[in-house]
Design a protein around this ligand. Structure first.
Ligand code: NAP
Length: 306
């Protein structure tokens, strides 16, 4: 039985997310053909060399010719230029989607440029690693993770259903959300935690008394998880904060208030306050494990170093 959903899928940008999509699309046989392109000749050459797509072409305009699904997999700040480039070349009735980590600003950047015959259905897979580029992708990245679709007004429900089936074929669970709500939820669950990790690693770097070797040697004590997050792509994360200003500032405001409250509890020796707070947060971790979104294995499932 054929599992093909689209005849031709065009991936614009060939980094972590697009390369994982290419692998997972192949794994499930979801596309007749996968066409890919990337801005730099170097990335296109690597993609060619590792056989990432059925065809690698030089430009986004060329990639979308005849494609019934086009997915923009570039940093949020690059979406508008790509949308402008592909718009005149889109096939009649093509579905255009994206994987940007922010939705409201990306919709504002893309939607005005698309022709009325295209179906624009923005998306965001909640899956990633700190690695980038065409070699970093793997077919399992989306397995049992969530992908959020934020269909814009007037989107064809059938096109949305088809895209939902495609993401399910890639291994993901799919939900729909309003773009505003998406941006607020992600500010809490992803954007602000990244900023806090960046800050913590920056603080350790600034602390002259903590030598580099001590930071590395004793990093298992919590800091290591911050360093993994803080190793994420600087372009991607710059664009996330520039484009999700309102929600991230709102959450950071709340974060700062809570931090001050805990700071006061430490200063005044209010053990009950600290204990109650940490008990409440512990329950959240249990909820994440019960929802199958992380592992309860010792050391977060990491292989121990021999
Ligand atoms: P990545 O591995 O760094 O790859 C980025 C891709 O975009 C590369 O193909 C790069 O081309 C291209 N690109 C970079 N700047 C560009 C520009 N100014 N114009 C045109 N193309 C440009 O990134 P990624 O992690 O796959 O992220 C791609 C998108 O997915 C972003 O919008 C991000 O917000 C979203 N996302 C990321 C994650 C994550 O954890 N990484 C998770 C969910 C969603 P060259 O290599 O040819 O320069």
């Amino acid at each position: 039985m054929s599992t093909q959903i689209y005849n031709r899928v065009a991936l614009i940008g060939l980094g972590l997310i697009a390369s994982s999509m290419a692998h997972a699309t192949r794994r499930a046989g979801l596309a007749g053909e996968i066409v890919g392109t990337s801005r730099s000749a170097e990335t296109r050459e690597i993609a060619q060399e590792i056989g990432l797509c059925d065809r690698i072409v030089d430009t986004a305009a060329e990639a979308v010719e005849g494609a019934d699904l086009v997915i923009l997999c570039v940093p949020v700040g690059a979406m508008e230029a790509v949308a402008k480039e592909i718009a005149p070349h889109l096939a009649e009735g093509a579905t255009v989607s994206d994987v940007g980590s922010v939705k409201k600003a990306v919709i504002a950047a893309i939607a005005p440029h698309l022709p009325p015959h295209a179906q624009f259905i923005p998306g965001h897979p909640l899956a990633g690693t700190e690695h980038s580029g065409p070699r970093s992708g793997f077919a399992e990245l989306f397995d049992n993770r969530w992908t959020i679709l934020t269909p814009v007004e007037g989107a064809d429900p059938q096109a949305t259903e088809k895209l939902r089936s495609y993401w399910e074929g890639l291994g993901a669970n799919v939900d729909e959300m309003e773009p505003d709500h998406h941006d607020l939820v992600l500010a809490v669950t992803s954007h602000c935690p990244h900023l806090i990790a960046y800050t913590m690693v920056g603080v350790a770097d600034d602390l002259r008394r903590v030598t580099d070797s001590e930071v590395i040697k004793y990093s298992a004590a919590g800091f290591r998880d911050f360093t993994r997050i803080a190793a994420s792509d600087p372009t991607m994360w710059r664009d996330v904060f520039l484009n999700n200003k309102e929600a991230t500032l709102e959450i950071l405001g709340r974060f700062t208030e809570e931090l001050f409250a805990l700071q006061r509890a430490i200063r005044t020796g209010d053990g009950d306050e600290l204990f109650d707070y940490f008990t409440r947060t512990r329950a959240i971790r249990r909820g994440i494990i019960e929802a199958g979104q992380d592992t309860d294995a010792p050391n977060f499932g990491r292989m121990s170093k021999k």
